[in-house]
Design a protein around this ligand. Sequence first.
Ligand code: NDP
Ligand code: DGY
Length: 333
Amino acid sequence: MKAAAKLMKVFITRRIPQEGMKILAAAEGCEVSQWDSDEPVPRSELLKGVQGAHGLLCLLSDKIDQEVLDAAGPNLKVISTMSVGFDHLVLSEIKKRGIRVGYTPDVLTDATAELTVALLLATSRRLPEGVEEVKSGGWSSWKPLWLCGYGLSGSTVGIIGLGRIGKYLFRMAIAQRLLPFGVKRLLYSGRTAKSYAAEVNGEFVPLDTLTSESDFIVVSCSLTPETQGLCDKAFFSKMKKTAIFINSSRGAVVNQEDLYDALSSGQIAAAGLDVTTPEPLPTNHPLLTLKNCVVLPHIGSATYSTRGVMSALAAQNLLGGLQGSDMPSELTL
Ligand code: NDP
Ligand code: DGY
């Protein structure tokens, strides 16, 4: 980037891994300011920090809407989010203003698929309950019917949204990890059938079929107006009573009141959630009172290396946008 006259102001909404910071520090003509905290930037500080910025590097917890864009003003050329999900960005407004958007697909796929499978196993084999019983003295002896769960062997797994995380390039990230457990059928639903699904004998089925025939349902679609509230009372009522529900996409795909009812009434066996609405989920939330609901604090991509690569990619996207050149991962608006 060329020197002083073209000084580009960048605002970063959080403390991010050093891999990304180093890239920005080495970029000439870039004046970086940052909300230097592990906690989210307060809205008032975001509105202040973004003023006059040419580039904004944000996270999924920052709602980037008309108010933020107005506060930034006409300089803003690029928004780079350190996430693959972009439901926190009001794209219609961003597009209207000709602002480019970078995001971080692919680099977190493996980590997220791994966590999703871990959550599925923890939920179906009741690991948190077991750990709690050991700690609280509830473990009195080996008992034939105590803490039994559901195994994957011979089961039918249904994946809603066979995208990057549903698959992983031409390996199927979640599917590939589940098949060695002896899964018998793999169903998936979404907007379109995928040619790559043939590699794991994946069957493209209507959502209703997936819902009623699966023993395990994994939600890995993006959050859109069509998927918001997709998993509701009607959805849960079609599931088998022995089925397990896993969500690692976005909390808003699920109607949590309906999920609570389904879990507490025995309509479904258990649920594992890496994502909720809101985040964090209040500690007095009804879902947290249920033994058959495992809730994680949105840690799908949380490995040190993945977060480092995500921050580097977010920084490179930002610089590409500032320089008016290619961005390694630009979202098509
Ligand atoms: P992709 O864009 O590759 O996949 C999204 C999938 O959603 C596509 O297969 C798409 O299907 C499907 N989809 C879109 N609309 C619908 C619909 N109406 N009904 C059913 N399926 C639909 O994204 P990724 O796989 O990379 O990521 C998916 C999501 O996972 C992200 O958007 C993010 O929200 C979440 N995520 C969560 C993480 C965590 O930490 N828990 C980490 C990373 C991502 P089709 O191709 O047929 O349109
Ligand atoms: C994303 O990137 O969208 C995840 O939710 C967090 O990594």
